[in-house]
Write a protein that binds this ligand. Structure first.
Ligand code: HGY
Ligand code: MN
Ligand code: MN
Length: 417
């Protein structure tokens, strides 16, 4: 294959270098949004962007961009993005691969002397994971106009911190108004985080759809009492009630012949003492389904169950919505460009849906968007064992480069903005 080539060593080296930033004394990687570790990661990425001769910009919610001011002045840029914040005890590829892959594409095109018809921007969106501050995909949601800037900055995290104050503290509250870059199109390169590509031996996924996501926080109030003296019939046990919700969700999803997934990822009891019946249980519910009607039906079924549970166990139950996004369909012209690019490199490609949420789903609200997946070893992600073979990482970035070049040079049938 002729044409611009990815510098695989540069991409893989940066992935490892960024993956070393934000590790604790036990070596676990955690770069929660707007933390000191996030600052260190952002400074490294911004440094690589400047080293590449690109203009670096920050918006008011900390979305980090670099822009190659090529092509027609004032033309809407092609944007390639993802995130560099992580979950707790994370792997090194989730999000980072897409940001560093985008930077690599811009550098490879510039070094090859390609002259795009429009600017190309690379984005690292704030708080994609939503672990510290909900909702997830927050920076791209604000960029796409789905959440107000002030509301985002006022968000209180699980540790009581306020996002706007944290961004200011780490020097990541920028001057630009979110949404100041209106993309012509958006591309995101990401690890699959699931088992499909590896199981089928396919190196490239053209992501056609992304499932709907519903996040809720449930607070159950019971009555603390003595674990030894309180008869079972007299208990108002918040801990038991919470456990019933966990099994309700699993049993319901297991019975349904549907792709719905349900997860209780966080749970805390109060007073959290071995010999005290829990007075309070606070936990999260993550429901997802590719079909909006089914997702709504699952939310309604959970709501009914909580009402019945409250009456049966003599507890009170409050629910707070943390995030909600419907299923997304990505752009067919870009999907075809991804498949063509894979074919030109002799790489098998298959269309697929994304089980995970991504910034691309928010950007699809304002421009044609699509994603490229590469295989995840054993389908593992959100886990330090997260891994993708170097050859797959380089192949995915090469496909990204080819699609970006065609989009930025007006060869894909995506209408010019
Ligand atoms: O939760 C998700 O799917 C994404 O990793 N934020
Ligand atoms: Mn991600
Ligand atoms: Mn993630």
């Amino acid at each position: 294959m002729t044409g611009p080539r990815i510098d695989g060593a540069r991409l893989l080296g940066r992935l490892q270098a960024l993956g070393a930033i934000g590790r604790d004394a036990e070596g676990r990687l955690t770069r929660l949004a707007a933390s000191d570790a996030d600052r260190a990661g952002r400074e490294a990425v911004a440094g690589w962007m400047r080293d590449a001769g690109l203009e670096v910009m920050l918006d008011r919610v900390g979305n980090l961009f670099c822009v190659w001011q090529a092509g027609a002045p004032g033309a809407a840029p092609l944007m390639i993005g993802s995130h560099i914040d992580t979950v707790v005890d994370a792997g090194i590829y989730d999000g980072c691969y897409g940001v560093l892959g985008g930077l690599e594409v811009v550098q490879a095109l510039r070094e090859a002397g390609v002259q795009p018809a429009r600017p190309i921007a690379v984005a690292a969106f704030t708080n994609e994971e939503g672990v510290r501050f909900a909702p997830d995909m927050m920076g791209s949601l604000v960029h796409a106009g789905g959440l107000g800037v002030e509301a985002a900055l006022a968000t209180v995290g699980t540790d009581g911190a306020v996002l706007g104050e944290e961004l200011a503290r780490i020097g990541q509250a920028g001057p630009h108004e979110p949404g100041f870059l209106r993309p012509h199109a958006y591309l995101e390169l990401h690890i699959e985080q699931g088992p499909v590509l590896e199981r089928e031996g396919v190196p490239i996924g053209a992501v056609a759809t992304l499932q709907g996501i519903s996040w809720q926080r449930v607070t159950i109030e019971g009555v603390a009492n003595h674990a030894g003296t309180t008869p079972m019939s007299m208990r108002r046990d918040a801990g038991l009630a919470a456990a019933r919700v966990v099994t309700f969700l699993r049993d319901r999803v297991s019975r349904a012949n549907a792709p719905t997934v349900a997860t209780v990822g966080c749970m805390a009891f109060e007073p959290n003492a071995i010999n005290v019946i829990p007075s309070r249980a606070v936990f999260t519910v993550d429901l997802r389904d590719p079909d909006e009607d089914r997702l709504r039906a699952e939310e309604a079924a959970l709501s009914r169950f909580l009402d019945e549970l409250a009456a049966a166990e003599g507890v009170t139950i409050a629910v707070e919505r943390l995030a909600r996004s419907g299923p997304v369909t990505f752009d067919p012209a870009i999907l075809r460009a991804i498949e063509d690019a894979a074919a030109r490199h002799g790489l098998r490609c298959r269309r697929m849906t994304s089980g995970a949420g991504h910034d691309a789903q928010m950007m699809a609200r304002i421009c044609p968007a699509a994603m490229i997946f590469v295989p995840s070893a054993d389908g593992i992600s959100h886990n330090p064992r997260e891994h993708t073979a170097p050859a797959d990482l380089v192949a995915g970035a090469q496909v990204l480069l080819d699609v970006a070049r065609r989009l930025a040079c007006g060869e894909t049938g995506v209408p010019a903005a």
